[in-house]
Design a protein. Structure first.
Length: 270
């Protein structure tokens, strides 16, 4: 890993396995940084306040876990690391939680941990490996929460978009837990519909959450696919209703219509 400075000492760049990683200081928040990979913003971390979440989709994942996951400390499997915004947050909101973070790019992890060190008190285990293989090797009923946020360049890798991956997630997730996958898609949402259908084959309860404009097929954006067994989505519907943005959750008949209008396609660009 080759690390250097660009345009002053505050902005830091590193050549990592997946390309060029940059940490850019937040001009408005001391000790807060944005991680960019190949020029695309991936994560935002406030070292002084891990609960300060700048990216909307991450804030929604926090809401999902808060509402749907069991009370108290959790066992969490994170597939994909970034700057580890979510693990840092959960270490504060769910103290005592045991978290395992899987990331294939060891140089990226070294860069992030050097510049944005994890708190010594956080029980966060870092694993270098392929997300699909690590999930397949995980124990049955091993985790309360599984979060998949895995990208290869601009796309979701094929190995984490298969029926086998969804079935493995269903096996590893404990009853009463929640699985959350972050994906990107745009009109006509072919990839999102296909991925939702695969989750419905693996889990009893499934929902899709995104900005209304994304679900209406007006623009590219993040979609969160949420799944579990014995999950009641009504409390989450109420929580999302208070979101300051036009956030929608598709469940029940609306989810049926969302899935049934899908067309065959491949992973969309991020």
């Amino acid at each position: 890993m080759r690390v250097g400075h660009e345009e002053g000492p505050a902005k830091v760049r590193a050549m990592v396995q997946t390309g060029v990683a940059e940490l850019v200081p937040d001009p408005d928040v001391p000790e807060a940084w944005t991680l960019l990979i190949n020029g695309v913003a991936q994560s935002h971390v406030d070292l002084n306040d891990p609960q300060m979440i700048a990216f909307d989709y991450v804030r929604r994942i926090v809401d999902i876990i808060e509402v749907l996951a069991p009370a108290g400390p959790l066992e969490v499997l994170h597939l994909g690391a970034g700057a580890m915004t979510l693990p840092r947050c959960l270490a504060v909101t769910r103290p005592g939680s045991v978290q395992r973070v899987v990331e294939i790019d060891s140089e990226l992890l070294d860069f992030v941990r050097l510049r944005l060190p994890l708190p010594d008190s956080s029980e966060i285990e870092i694993v270098i490996g392929d997300a699909a293989r690590e999930l397949e090797a995980a124990p049955t009923d091993g985790y309360d929460v599984i979060v998949a946020d895995v990208f290869q360049g601009s796309k979701v890798p094929e190995q984490v978009a298969t029926p086998e991956f969804a079935q493995a997630a269903a096996r590893v997730l404990r009853p009463g837990g929640c699985y959350v996958a972050n994906i990107m898609d745009g009109p006509p949402l072919t990839f999102a519909r296909a991925q939702t259908a695969r989750l419905r084959d693996a889990f009893a309860d499934v929902a899709v959450i995104s900005d209304a404009s994304v679900l209406r097929g007006r623009r590219l954006g993040n979609l969160l696919l949420v799944a579990g067994v014995g999950v009641g989505f009504r409390p989450l519907v109420r929580r999302l209703a208070a979101d300051p943005f036009a956030t929608r959750i598709e469940v029940g008949d609306k989810l049926d219509r969302f899935v049934n209008s899908r067309k065959t396609g491949s992973a969309s660009e991020r």
